[in-house]
Design a protein around this ligand. Structure first.
Ligand code: FE2
Length: 172
């Protein structure tokens, strides 16, 4: 029978590679939105700062994997298929992409929150406690971003309606 540590280590490594792939998808999702955002400057500014955070989160995961003597090159994993489905929501041409993107961003941030929460648990239980501070920093950033997105939903809806009422393009 495998020991607890023999079970946790590969689970931890896989989880780190998954979140590494998810964060790359996050960059793509953010970039697609930044390319088009015109009427929602607060969201644009927050997405820009979260893009910088996301790059730092990727570096943290790479650092942890390197410290464990593992690579981060295997990107064909679960994370891609799940996040790819969420990202597909951002391709809407229905005229309300800011709304659908906001929902997708909230879903995405919560996926990341769940990922880091799981990784922190494995780090603590598997004797990788030295990396929990890095993971907790990323978790805090995701929680902050999720709060911003959900807190901004009412304003997104009202701005959308106001722009439409003024005869303007409200979609992005
Ligand atoms: Fe994020």
């Amino acid at each position: 029978m495998a020991t607890v540590n023999e079970i946790i280590r590969p689970l931890f490594i896989t989880g780190l590679r998954d979140v590494h792939a998810v964060e790359h998808q996050a960059l793509a999702l953010i970039d697609r939105q930044l390319d088009r955002l015109a009427h929602y400057p607060e969201i644009e500014a927050r997405l820009r700062s979260h893009r910088t955070e996301t790059e730092q989160q990727i570096s943290r995961v790479e650092q942890i994997l390197a410290d464990l003597g593992e690579s981060h090159s295997n990107l064909k994993d679960l994370g891609l298929s799940i996040s790819g489905n969420l990202a597909a929501l951002s391709h809407t041409v229905a005229g309300d992409e800011i709304i659908k993107n906001s929902f997708a961003n909230f879903a995405f941030e919560n996926f990341e929150i769940a990922s880091y929460t799981g990784l922190i648990t494995l780090a603590e239980d598997g004797g990788f406690g030295s990396v929990t501070a890095l993971l907790e920093q990323s978790l805090a950033e995701e929680q902050s971003m999720a709060s911003f997105v959900i807190g901004g939903i009412p304003k997104v809806m009202r701005t959308f309606v106001d722009l439409r009422a003024a005869g303007e393009d409200a979609s992005h």
